[in-house]
Ligand binder design. Sequence first.
Ligand code: NDP
Length: 330
Amino acid sequence: TTYAAAGDRYERLPYRRAGSTGLDLPALSLGLWQRFGTDNAYETQRAIILRAFDLGIAHFDNADRYGPPHRAAQQVFGEVLAKDLAPYRDELVLTTKAGNPIGPSPYLKGGSRKSLLTSLDHSLRDLRTDYVDVFYHHRQDPATPIEETVGALADAVRQGKALYVGISNYDPERAHEAAVLLREAGVPLLVHQPRYSIFDRGPELNGLLDLAAADGFGLVVYSPLAQGLLTDKYLHGIPADARAANSAFLSPDVIDDTYRKRAAALDDLARTRGQSLAQLALQWVLRRPEVTSALIGASSIAQLDHNAKALDAAPLTDEELALIDEHGVH
Ligand code: NDP
């Protein structure tokens, strides 16, 4: 069937400015880390991507690693782009990342110019597009001079293969170094991508939120649902089709009595607010203006529809935030 995008797609979700740059991103973005590859039906993956766009989620996050196997997520996205979304390419913000290992070769990991720029060319072929909107270094590589890494990112922009650059999983000190060097190179850092959720306060504790404001970049925060732990799906067991039952990245061992107590308390709080735990968790990361977008995953259209309503509820009060701290922090 031919796809035509929903006419009301920009009336559903707020867009937020990435730091002091010129680019807005949707408050929710969709990532293709897991369940986009050979472990889910192509038609399901296609339907999730297209529904995201219909909901105003025009920002799709990829990496050379995503699948399984590596590269598969981008190949799926490339097919959907070619067959369905090509007329809307100007309205999409597409990302890719390089530098997280995708093989044993020294050129398939790290922060060298060789690794980054060859990966980007390969990703453009996978994604079937001439450019990505954001090209990320996936994780810091202390073994490579930061000047080389940052120089490769800036050259990707100069070569017209990326419009903006980003970094991910950098500690604040190295993020600041990168931001300074990129500004000097005339290619300001658009976004940093850290993990952040009610269960993971890293960016608050290590000063990254403050740094983002000071250095003028946005934060696109990943795993805001703690991979599904901040939903009600694990309150009474582990569903057979859930990530904790199927993925090397989420051990069922974390779903213990302590977890269930914390999640149940947060779930109660969400219900008194007339929303679900998942919706509360998304609203919580977005309470901070430094957070440009919450980067979610989805294995079904129903999850996406549900999560897209996260911002329908009233803003969180100070009292509610204190309760979330009480239940959410280990
Ligand atoms: P989330 O914390 O949003 O977890 C998403 C998963 O939770 C879904 O795949 C689904 O898993 C489950 N879920 C989502 N909504 C619901 C719901 N309403 N009810 C029940 N279950 C739900 O984020 P991810 O961990 O998936 O990460 C999101 C994106 O962030 C990635 O795709 C990637 O783009 C990026 N990322 C970046 C990293 C980096 O190093 N830069 C690292 C990790 C992620 P299921 O149904 O299978 O249980």
